[in-house]
Design a protein around this ligand. Structure first.
Ligand SMILES: [Zn+2]
Length: 424
C-alpha cells in the first residue's frame, strides 16, 4: 500500500450500525443468533429499515420477507442498481457474515445522499430473507423468491419445531398469496453488487485487506456407496477380502491428489461424511457410504476431474471386488462475475491506492441467485483465519471500511455514469 486512501464514507456511522445490529440476537460476547423469520430477525429488520429511511430511502418488506430500500434516480426507466446481502445468521453465527453487505450498502446510499448526488438509475438496497437456510434446510429463499426461482412445496418445509415456512412467513407479516406481484421483471435490475466477508483464509494469507471476486464456484455433490463382503477380521486372509472401507480410503486419497494436479488452481475436493456398515472393529467393512464435494471455478476442469474420479472409483472397485452406486445430489455450475464490473472494481481500487487480489468464492451467496438475472460483482473483506459461521468470526473495522469505500466508489460510478446498461 503506497498511500492511505481518502475515505468518503462515514466510518463511524458504518461501524456504529454494525455494532448495533450485532446486539440483536447476541450470544456470548461476539456471537449472534438471528434465525430467518425469528423474533430476532424481525427486530434486526426493523432496525435496518429505520437506517434505510434515515439514509433517504423508502423501505418496505416484500412478501418473501426481503427488506427493500429504494432511492429514486433521475431516470425511472434505467435498469436498477441493486446492492445488498443478508442479515439472518446461523444459530451459532458471527457479526459480519451478510451484515456488512447490507449495512455497507446503506452507507453507500447515505454517502451519496449526504453529498447531494442524485443517481441516474434507481438504487435498491436489499436485506434478503433467509440466505443461510439453516432453519428450513434450504437457503437463498428471499433472493430466489424475488427472482422467481422458488421450487414446489418450499412453503411446506418445516423447521425443527414443526413450523412450516408458510406459517413463519405469515407470522412475520408476509402473505405468500402476494408472491407473484413481487417477482421482478426480467431486465428491471441492471447490476447487483455484494460486499461480504471472505469466510476463507486466502486474503489473510496474501496479506490483503480486500479482494475482487471472480465468480462463485458451484459445487458438485455426490454420494457414493460401495459394497464388499463382511468377514472375520481375524480369519479372512488379506488376498481374499472385499473391504469396502479400504476402497473408500483409496478414493479419498485419489480425490485429494486429483484436485491438486494443477498448481495454484482453486480446485477443492472433500469427503466430509462417511458411514461404515457394520461398523465393528473385528468385522471387515461390508458397506461404506460417503459424500464427495468437488468445486472449481472452471467448469470444464471440474468436469474432467469428475470423469477421472469416476474411473478411479471403477478401478478401485474392480481391484477390491466391490460394487458401487453413485448418486448426484447437486450439480451447480460456476457463475462468473461480470468482466466490466471487475474492471470498474480494479480501477476504483487503483484510485484508492490498492490492487486487490482476485479470487473465487467457494461458498455461495445471494449473488449466486442474482447472477441468473443480471450482471453481478462481489467484494470480499479479509476475515481472521477464515473463521465464519462461528462467534469467533472477525473482520477488522479498517478492512470493512476499505471494502465499503470500494463498494461506494464503484456503485457511484455505475449509478452516476451509466444510464441504462450500456456497460454490458
Ligand atoms: Zn453470508
Amino acid at each position: 500500500m503506497s498511500t492511505t486512501p481518502r475515505i468518503q464514507i462515514n466510518t463511524s456511522r458504518l461501524h456504529q450500525h454494525i455494532h448495533d445490529l450485532s446486539q440483536i440476537g447476541k450470544i456470548g460476547e461476539t456471537g449472534v443468533c438471528r434465525l430467518a423469520l425469528s423474533k430476532e430477525d424481525r427486530e434486526g429488520v426493523e432496525l435496518v429499515k429505520q437506517w434505510m429511511e434515515e439514509a433517504g430511502m423508502e423501505a418496505h418488506i416484500d412478501p418473501f420477507a426481503n427488506l427493500v430500500g429504494m432511492l429514486k434516480g433521475r431516470n425511472p426507466d434505467a435498469p436498477v442498481l441493486m446492492l445488498g446481502s443478508h442479515i439472518d445468521s446461523q444459530p451459532y453465527g458471527g457479526r459480519f457474515d451478510g451484515a456488512i453487505g447490507v449495512l455497507g450498502a446503506i452507507e453507500v446510499v447515505q454517502t451519496l445522499v449526504d453529498s447531494g448526488q442524485t443517481p441516474e438509475c434507481d438504487i435498491e438496497v436489499v436485506a434478503f430473507c433467509d440466505e443461510e437456510g439453516c432453519r428450513f434446510n434450504k437457503g437463498l429463499f428471499g433472493v430466489r423468491g424475488m427472482t422467481g426461482k422458488l421450487e414446489d412445496n418450499e412453503l411446506e418445509r418445516m423447521d425443527k419445531s414443526g413450523i412450516t415456512r408458510r406459517e413463519a412467513l405469515i407470522a412475520f407479516g408476509c402473505d405468500p398469496a402476494d408472491f407473484e406481484g413481487y417477482v421482478f421483471q426480467q431486465g428491471r435490475i441492471g447490476t447487483f453488487l455484494e460486499l461480504h466477508i471472505e469466510q476463507g483464509p486466502v486474503l489473510e494469507a496474501l496479506d490483503a485487506p480486500i479482494g475482487i471476486v471472480t465468480g462463485i464456484s458451484g459445487p458438485l455433490w455426490l454420494t457414493v456407496e460401495m459394497t464388499g463382503f463382511a468377514g472375520h477380521a481375524g480369519s479372512v486372509p488379506m488376498s481374499m477380502r472385499h473391504d469396502a472401507l479400504l476402497g473408500c480410503a483409496k478414493i479419498i486419497v485419489a480425490l485429494n491428489e486429483l484436485v491438486q494436479q494443477v498448481p495454484d488452481a482453486p480446485t477443492v475436493g472433500t469427503v466430509g461424511s462417511l458411514t461404515v456398515f457394520p461398523d465393528s472393529r473385528n468385522i471387515i467393512p461390508e458397506k461404506v457410504s460417503f459424500t464427495i464435494d468437488l468445486r472449481d471455478i472452471d467448469l470444464a476442469r471440474r468436469n474432467a476431474l469428475e470423469t477421472e474420479l469416476l474411473s478411479v472409483i471403477e478401478n478401485v472397485s474392480r481391484e477390491h471386488g466391490l460394487t458401487y452406486t453413485i448418486r448426484e445430489d447437486t450439480n451447480s455450475e460456476p457463475r462468473y462475475c461480470a468482466g466490466w464490473i471487475m474492471q470498474f472494481l480494479r480501477e476504483e481500487a487503483g484510485e484508492m491506492g490498492f490492487s486487490p487480489p482476485e479470487l473465487m468464492s467457494g461458498p455461495f451467496h445471494d449473488s449466486l441467485a442474482m447472477s441468473h438475472v443480471c450482471d453481478y460483482g462481489m467484494i470480499f473483506v479479509r476475515c481472521l483465519e477464515g473463521i465464519s459461521h462461528n462467534p469467533k468470526e472477525f473482520a477488522s473495522p479498517d478492512d470493512i471500511t476499505l471494502g465499503t469505500e470500494l463498494l461506494y466508489r464503484t456503485a457511484r460510478r455505475i449509478a452516476l455514469e451509466i444510464p441504462g446498461s450500456q456497460a454490458r
